[in-house]
Write a protein that binds this ligand. Structure first.
Ligand code: NAD
Ligand code: ZN
Length: 355
C-alpha cells in the first residue's frame, strides 16, 4: 500500500507469523519494547500460537472483547500501561485482533508520544478491510469512530491461521465487506457469491482468494485517496443506511457486516434507479443474502424516522444532503446526492420484501 507519506506491505498466508518475525528482524530488534495489544477472547484462543511463533520478547496488554475496547477508558488504560512499562518513542505496538482492537491500537500508536510505529495482525475476516488503509479511532458516547486519526501501520500480517476459530456470525459479518469489495470492483467476482448455497459451504481456498482480492480493492482505493476526499467514499457503499441500522439496533446486537449487507440493498435499489444496474439485480442480491443467513428482520425493529435521524447526523452528510456511494454499473462506483424521500422509498420497498 502506497500513500503520500507511507508505504507498507500486506503479508498474507497460513502460519506466516514466524516468517514475518524473520523478515522484520533487523527492524524489530532495534525497538526497546514490543507490545501486543489484544482482546480477552483472541488471547484465550491464540496465546499459545503467538508465544510459539512470535520470535521476540514481548509484553501483552489485554483489552475487553470487541467493540467494548474502543472506549476512552481502554484508550487511557493502554496508554497508562505503556507509560508504566517505560515505553518510549522506540517502542512498537502490535494490534492482534479484529477491527476493534486494530482501531484502538492504531489510535494509541498515533498518539502515544506523538506517534510510534504499529503493526496490524488481523484475526477476523472483517479486518481484511479495517487493517488496511490507516483509519484508526475510538468511539465517543455521541458517535462511533468520532475520535481518531489517519495513521498507517508499518505492515499488515494477515495470518490465516487465526481465522480457524472464527464463529459463523463473524464469518458472515466479514463476508459482507468482501461482497462490498466485489460489488464496487468486479461484476464477475460478484457472480461467484450467487453460486454459494450457504456460509458453511465456502471452501477455505476460495475464502482466502476473496480476502486477498478484497485487500487489493481496498488498497487501490486508499492509494488514490487516503484522506477520503473523493474515491475513498466508494468504500462507504452500503454504509449510509447500514450504519443507521447498526446504531439503531445497537452496537453488539448486530454485527457491522450484517448491517452493511442490509445497507447494500437500498444502495443497490438506488443504483438501479439512478445508474445502469439492471432492474431486478437488487432482488437477486437480497435473496442470496437471505440464503447466506443475513437477518433482515433487524430492519423491522427500526423505524424509518430513527434511521433518517441517524443518516442526517452521519459525518459523511453535509448540509443535510446525503452523499450516497452507488453503482453506475456493477463494479463501477460513483457518489451521488440522494434525497431523504428517495431513501424512504427504498426503505419501504425493503420492508415489503422482508414481510
Ligand atoms: P471485533 O474486533 O469486534 O471482533 C469481533 C469479535 O470476534 C470479538 O468478540 C472478537 O473477540 C472476536 N474475534 C476476533 N478474532 C477472532 C478469532 N480469530 N476467533 C474467534 N473470535 C475472534 O470486530 P470486527 O468485526 O473484526 O471489526 C469491527 C470493528 O472494525 C468496528 O469497530 C468497526 O468500526 C471497525 N472498522 C474499522 C474500519 C477501518 O477502516 N478502520 C473499517 C471497517 C470496520
Ligand atoms: Zn464497513
Amino acid at each position: 500500500v502506497k500513500t503520500t507519506d507511507a508505504s507498507y506491505d500486506v503479508h498474507l498466508g497460513e502460519n506466516i507469523l514466524h516468517d514475518f518475525c524473520g523478515q522484520y528482524k533487523a527492524l524489530l530488534e532495534k525497538a526497546d519494547q514490543l507490545v501486543i495489544i489484544t482482546d480477552e477472547h483472541v488471547w484465550s484462543l491464540h496465546e499459545q500460537y503467538v508465544r510459539e511463533h512470535f520470535s521476540f520478547p514481548f509484553k501483552v496488554y489485554i483489552v475487553p472483547n470487541g467493540e467494548a475496547c474502543k472506549t476512552f477508558d481502554s484508550y487511557f488504560d493502554v496508554q497508562t500501561f505503556l507509560l508504566q512499562e517505560s515505553c518510549s518513542r522506540n517502542s512498537v505496538l502490535f494490534a492482534l485482533g479484529g477491527g476493534a482492537v486494530g482501531d484502538l491500537t492504531g489510535f494509541v500508536a498515533a498518539t502515544f508520544m506523538r506517534g510510534i510505529p504499529f503493526y496490524q495482525i488481523p484475526t477476523t475476516i472483517l479486518a481484511h478491510d479495517s487493517a488496511v488503509g490507516g483509519k484508526t479511532a475510538i468511539n465517543h458516547p455521541n458517535g462511533k469512530n468520532m475520535i481518531g486519526a489517519f495513521y498507517q501501520p508499518q505492515a499488515v500480517i494477515y495470518d490465516f491461521h487465526f481465522l480457524a476459530t472464527l464463529p459463523e456470525t463473524e464469518v458472515r459479518s466479514g463476508l459482507a465487506e468482501v461482497i462490498k469489495h466485489a460489488l464496487i470492483s468486479d461484476s464477475k467476482w460478484v457472480n461467484e457469491f450467487f453460486e454459494l448455497p450457504s456460509i458453511k459451504s465456502i471452501e477455505k481456498e476460495t475464502l482466502l482468494k476473496w480476502i486477498e482480492k478484497g485487500i487489493r480493492v481496498k488498497a487501490h482505493i486508499v492509494e488514490l485517496d487516503e484522506k477520503e476526499q473523493s474515491y475513498r467514499k466508494y468504500l462507504n457503499f452500503g454504509h449510509t443506511y447500514g450504519h443507521a441500522i447498526e446504531a439503531t439496533v445497537g452496537y453488539g446486537k448486530i454485527t457491522h457486516g450484517e448491517a452493511v449487507m442490509i445497507g447494500m440493498i437500498p444502495a443497490l435499489m438506488l443504483s438501479e434507479k439512478n445508474g445502469n444496474v439492471a432492474v431486478g439485480y437488487t432482488e437477486k442480491v437480497y435473496e442470496i443474502a437471505n440464503r447466506l443467513g443475513y437477518n433482515f428482520q433487524h430492519v423491522l425493529n427500526c423505524s424509518f424516522e430513527q434511521l433518517a435521524a441517524f443518516m442526517l447526523k452521519d459525518k459523511k452528510t453535509t448540509n443535510g444532503e446525503l452523499h450516497f456511494a452507488l453503482l453506475q454499473e456493477i463494479g463501477e462506483p460513483i457518489v451521488q446526492v440522494i434525497s431523504m424521500s428517495e431513501v424512504q422509498a427504498c426503505d419501504e420497498q425493503l420492508r415489503k420484501w422482508i414481510k
